[in-house]
Design a protein around this ligand. Structure first.
Ligand SMILES: [Cu+2]
Length: 141
């Protein structure tokens, strides 16, 4: 092939290959599932942990959370950076990967919990592509 023997032709072929690799990384919808949710409560705030699986072929992004039973509650996405807790805008969940929300790392933070909260609450995760995913969470004091 004459095209591959010229420098421009070579660059073109490299570009076409790179573009198809990029296009192939998003070749389907995400498939989100949640396991082992748990919430530790202290006073009126709680930290929620769980494992988020994405078995799909597309990535997704967790944009926020709310609580079904207590709509006035604040639910935030937090990360621990250099030993300090920080509010973050979103959590990426790449295709085929797992996002662990665990103590000492990324977690959900709830503020304004009722004093006598016991049993279970439903945290609703808001994903960019998947939409709302409700997660029933046990409460540990
Ligand atoms: Cu936090």
């Amino acid at each position: 092939m004459i095209l591959s023997k010229t420098p421009i032709g070579y660059v073109l072929i490299v570009c076409i290959v790179l573009l198809s690799v990029i296009a192939c990384t998003e070749k389907g919808p995400p498939e989100i599932s949640i396991k082992w949710p748990q919430m530790l409560v202290e006073g009126d705030s709680g930290a929620a942990f769980m494992v988020i699986f994405n078995k799909g072929k597309g990535s997704d992004t967790l944009k926020g959370c709310t609580v079904k039973e207590y709509t006035q509650l604040t639910c935030e996405l937090h990360d621990i950076v250099k030993g300090r807790m920080q509010l973050v805008r979103d959590f990426e969940v790449p295709a085929g990967e797992t996002l662990e929300l665990k103590p000492g790392g990324r977690h959900l933070m709830l503020f304004g919990l009722p004093e006598n909260l016991q049993g279970e609450i439903t945290i609703v995760l808001h994903f960019e592509k998947t939409g709302d995913v409700p997660v029933k969470t046990g409460v540990v004091r």
